[in-house]
Design a protein. Structure first.
Length: 556
């Protein structure tokens, strides 16, 4: 297709470059192919390197990446530290357990002569003996006995304890020992050489830790000395429980997670503040704003200066847009006045020319054609400037693209009938987009003008509109000559206008510009599409013709 002025037909053909490409070819005549290729490779490498560096800097500056990294650190750090602290606790637990068992062994050695004396064991004095070894009542000692003549598997009898306690207080210990099979083994062999740390709950609700079991073999039978400690003695040691259940770990975890939650909340607060700015920016684009939208809506005191700068930027952009509109009007008026004067002055000259002077008539015709071309360029430039101003400050509205395309096709019905061009359309519903008023109209009209200008009588133009996920697709297919594959990438470039001779003079299209083509139409199409977040491409159709494909973000 060919690039046309916004008001004139856009097309799909091939020829030669104009204006800017002449300078390029002149430069190429002064450089050798190897120098040019080397410069292109160097420029490509430099651009790739710069793009990679920019992406790396952008990735490193991402607040989301930093938030994810912060969460990862807060998750990984306790896992690493927990393993180190647990290993240290194991060593400390082994030292404490060894000390407790050594002390219990010494008590058992001191009791052995008393329990093995020739006379009957002094049951009444055993409480006093245990109390003497219990010390400050932090060690709980209990003594049980099984007579030597007891039947196999016979039970143990509770004899004494320090401090003294009621018989029912030994019940939980005996149940725990029985459940674990320890009593059975003691009854069978009166032997136990394994470390032990068993937690159990007394009838009054408090917990104790059984720290050692020492069997004492005597002539009277099997004595068993059980030592225990209140759990308050080992709040910071994981004796009889998992390390994570210790008080110090729970306190540290509570503090750690409180700080982690605080850090994450701060990060989320910053992210929400920036997201709030994004929401305000969206409202600015949609035209739903006050005079100072960012400053009025800012909720973070530290971002007040940034909000003011954004407001100044919005104000400056609006002023620039207004200046562009005013300048476009002034320039158009300044050019159209002299052009109208020249055109009016040609009329008396044409009437005075003799019929036998063809050179004079040809000169006047060239002047008239040039005036028409200048008028077209002035109008195109004015529309281009006004469209640029609209792109800057016009509000982004939700547009029903299905309805818009249908209305434009209705306006082109007479032109298509006159040109004997068949129209095929498939328009899906729910194809909403967000754009400034009139921006998409110009896009579709220019593409349709382009397709019409390259379609012959009896040809077909097909328009397809459909939604695919989060995007809206608009395709316009014609049966024209297509575009040279070597130049199809440039049809959306500015001032790129190419037409075969058979397509240079066409009847007027809806924009009324006829055969006047300035090479701006498809460039404006691409600029408008990219300005609203879309993309445009063109491909040659199999069997002839061109397909222009537009992809736009879907407005939910």
């Amino acid at each position: 297709m060919v690039i046309e002025p916004m008001s004139g037909p856009l097309s799909s053909a091939s020829a030669t470059n104009s204006g800017p490409s002449m300078a390029t070819s002149a430069k190429s005549r002064t450089s050798s192919p190897s120098d040019t290729a080397g410069a292109e490779r160097f420029a490509t490498r430099s651009e790739t390197k710069d793009a990679s560096g920019w992406r790396a800097r952008r990735f490193g500056a991402s607040l989301t990446i930093k938030l994810v990294a912060l969460i990862a650190v807060f998750v990984a750090l306790p896992m690493v530290l927990y393993g180190q602290f647990e290993a240290a606790d194991v060593q400390r637990r082994e030292l404490v357990s060894r000390g407790i068992q050594q002390r219990a062994w010494l008590i058992a050695q001191a009791l052995a002569p008393i329990l093995n004396q020739p006379n009957a064991p002094p049951h009444k004095s055993l409480n006093a003996e245990l109390q003497r070894f219990s010390g400050d009542d932090r060690t709980l000692l209990k003594l049980m006995f099984r007579p030597a003549n007891a039947p196999s598997g016979g039970s143990f009898y509770y004899i004494a304890s320090a401090p003294e306690s009621r018989i029912e207080r030994i019940g939980p210990e005996l149940e725990t020992l029985a459940e674990r099979g320890i009593l059975q083994q003691l009854a069978e062999s009166c032997a136990w050489d394994k470390p032990i740390d068993i937690r159990y709950r007394q009838t009054d609700g408090h917990e104790e830790i059984m720290t050692s079991i020492l069997p004492i073999q005597s002539r009277w039978g099997c004595w068993v000395l059980i030592s225990a400690h209140p759990t308050t003695e080992f709040l910071n040691i994981s004796i009889g429980r998992s390390y994570w259940q210790t008080r110090e770990i729970r306190i540290a975890a509570a503090i750690y997670f409180a700080f982690a939650l605080l850090a994450i909340l701060i990060a989320l607060s910053v992210w929400r503040s920036l997201h709030h700015f994004r929401k305000v920016a969206r409202e600015v684009r949609q035209g739903r704003v006050t005079e100072y939208p960012f400053a009025d809506r800012n909720i973070v005191p530290e971002l007040a200066s940034v909000a003011k700068d954004f407001d100044y930027l919005v104000r400056d952009l609006r002023n620039i847009a207004q200046d562009i509109r005013q300048t476009a009007e002034d320039n158009a008026h300044s050019f159209k006045g002299p052009l109208a004067t020249i055109n009016a002055s040609l009329e008396p000259i044409k009437r005075t020319l003799p019929d036998g002077n063809p050179r004079a008539h040809r000169a006047v015709s060239l002047i008239e054609a040039s005036l028409g071309r200048l008028n077209m360029l002035v109008n195109s430039t004015q529309r281009l400037d006004l469209n640029t101003a609209d792109m800057i400050d016009a509000p982004r509205l939700q547009i029903d693209l299905t309805r818009l395309v249908a209305e434009v096709l209705l306006r082109y019905r007479d032109i298509l009938t006159e040109r004997q061009i068949r129209l095929v359309r498939t328009l899906e519903e729910d194809a909403a987009i967000r754009a400034a008023q009139g921006v998409v109209d110009i896009v579709f009209e220019n593409i349709l003008d382009n397709a019409i200008s390259f379609s012959s009588a009896g040809g077909t133009i097909a328009v397809y509109l459909f939604r695919e996920g989060s995007t809206v697709h608009l395709h316009v297919d014609d049966e024209g000559p297509g575009v040279d594959p070597r130049k199809i990438e440039h049809i959306f470039d500015r001032y790129f206008s190419q037409r075969p001779k058979e397509h240079r003079l066409q009847p007027e299209t809806a924009n009324g510009e006829g055969a006047k083509h300035a090479g701006l139409g498809l460039w404006i199409v691409r600029r408008n599409i990219e300005a609203i977040g879309g993309s445009i491409s063109a491909v040659n159709r199999i069997g002839g013709g061109l397909s222009v494909r537009i992809v736009l973000p879907y407005a939910r």
